[in-house]
Structures are given as structure tokens and as C-alpha cells.
Design a binder for this molecule. Structure first.
Ligand code: ITT
Length: 193
């Protein structure tokens, strides 16, 4: 089965390809020649996830899935949350966003946080959503060089490593993205029978 993934984030695409069963061929936006930016103007992760899938369907008329992810930090009222991609400004880099979190969290004693991913599968007629959450904590400083985004400052519960110190396989043992994708894959299997 061929599936269009509505993302322009190549890291997400790589992670999802590493999670998906071999019979699922995951096609990214670059593969179909889409160079634009997907709209994300809602104020919830669920809303943005749906918005991306609807936008892509309107352009290509083929079923697709999208995902929106946010890092939710308790000590700063759930920030960066739905604004995770542009926390330090419209064209902020991963580094800029991490620096902003580290500054805001400087010597804060409460460091609990979670990643939340919402995948939307949009068939053009209706949609279903699948949520994956991973609890963890925000480190005092960056650790590790793998992965992307906030990986160097997030340590999931049950690990002594940050996400950025893990291989893809290790991250998948904890990952918010894998939890939501597994539910989605299960849904695809159920509708195929
Ligand atoms: P698309 O909308 O094209 O899918 P994006 O990068 O804009 O790509 P999001 O809107 O979901 O994706 O942005 C969430 C941001 O949160 C993302 O840019 C990263 O900085 C961060 N993020 C998402 N997943 C992450 C992960 O697994 N590890 C670390 N940071 C992550």
C-alpha cells in the first residue's frame, strides 16, 4: 500500500519510514514535487494535524495522512505546545527553539514535560486521528547530537539517555510518533480485512 505523508519535515519522514511495515510505502511531499509550506494556523495540535491533511487533499485529491507534534512543558504553562515549530519566531531554527526553552527553564525545579503527536488519516470523505504521548523531563543542557528539534533536551521516563543520544531504533522504543503511528497502522490493517 502506498501512503502520502503530508509533511515537509524530512526527519519525521525518516522516522515514520523506520516504523512502518515494509508493505507500506510512505511517500513524502518532496517525492510528489510539493515544495510549499503546509498551513498550521489552528490553536490545537489536533486542529493543525487535520488542517495539513485537508490542505494536501484539496491539492492532490488522494487520501493522505499528516501529523502535528508539540512539546508540552508543565513549568511554563504547556509551552511551546502547538507553537513548537516556531517557538522562537517564524523562521526559528531547531537551535533557536531549544535555546528559548533552556532560557525559560533555567534552574526551574519542576522539569516534567511530554511530547504529543496527533496523526490524521484523511480519505477526502472523513478522517480519523491517533494520539501518541511520551512523558519525560527537560534536561538542564543539551545532550547528544542525533535526531532533531527538541531531542537533545528531552529525556523520556524510563531512559537515562536523551532522545538525541539514541539511535532511531532506541528512540522508537519510547517515541510519541511511534505510539501514534502504530495505532494508525493497526487501523489500516482493520479496514483492509
Ligand atoms: P510538518 O508540519 O511539515 O509536518 P514541522 O516541523 O512544522 O513539519 P510540526 O508542526 O509538527 O512539524 O512541528 C513540531 C516541532 O516540534 C518540530 O519542528 C520540532 O522542532 C519539534 N518536534 C516534533 N517532533 C519531534 C521529535 O520527535 N523530537 C524532537 N522535536 C520534535
Amino acid at each position: 500500500m502506498r501512503l502520502l505523508f503530508a509533511t515537509s519535515n524530512q526527519h519525521k519522514l525518516m522516522e515514520v519510514r523506520s516504523i512502518a511495515a515494509p508493505e507500506l510505502e510512505i511517500v513524502g511531499l518532496k517525492d510528489i514535487g510539493f515544495e510549499g509550506e503546509l498551513p498550521e494556523t489552528c490553536d490545537t495540535i489536533e486542529g493543525n494535524s487535520l488542517q495539513k491533511a485537508e490542505y494536501l487533499y484539496a491539492h492532490y485529491h488522494i487520501p493522505c495522512f499528516s501529523e502535528d507534534t508539540g512539546l508540552i512543558i508543565d513549568a511554563i504553562d504547556g509551552e511551546p505546545g502547538v507553537y513548537s515549530a516556531r517557538y522562537a519566531g517564524e523562521n526559528a531554527s531547531f537551535d533557536d527553539n531549544v535555546n528559548k526553552v533552556l532560557n525559560k527553564m533555567k534552574s526551574h525545579p519542576i522539569r516534567t514535560a511530554r511530547f504529543k503527536t496527533v496523526i490524521t488519516y484523511y480519505t477526502g470523505k472523513d478522517y480519523v486521528q491517533f494520539t501518541g504521548i511520551t512523558e519525560g523531563e527537560i534536561l538542564q543542557d543539551r545532550k547528544g547530537t542525533q535526531g532533531f528539534g527538541y531531542d537533545p533536551i528531552f529525556k523520556p521516563v524510563g531512559s537515562h539517555k536523551s532522545y538525541a543520544e539514541m539511535s532511531l531504533e532506541e528512540k522508537n522504543a519510547f517515541s510519541h510518533r511511534k505510539k501514534s503511528f502504530d495505532q494508525f497502522a493497526n487501523h489500516l490493517r482493520q479496514i483492509a480485512v
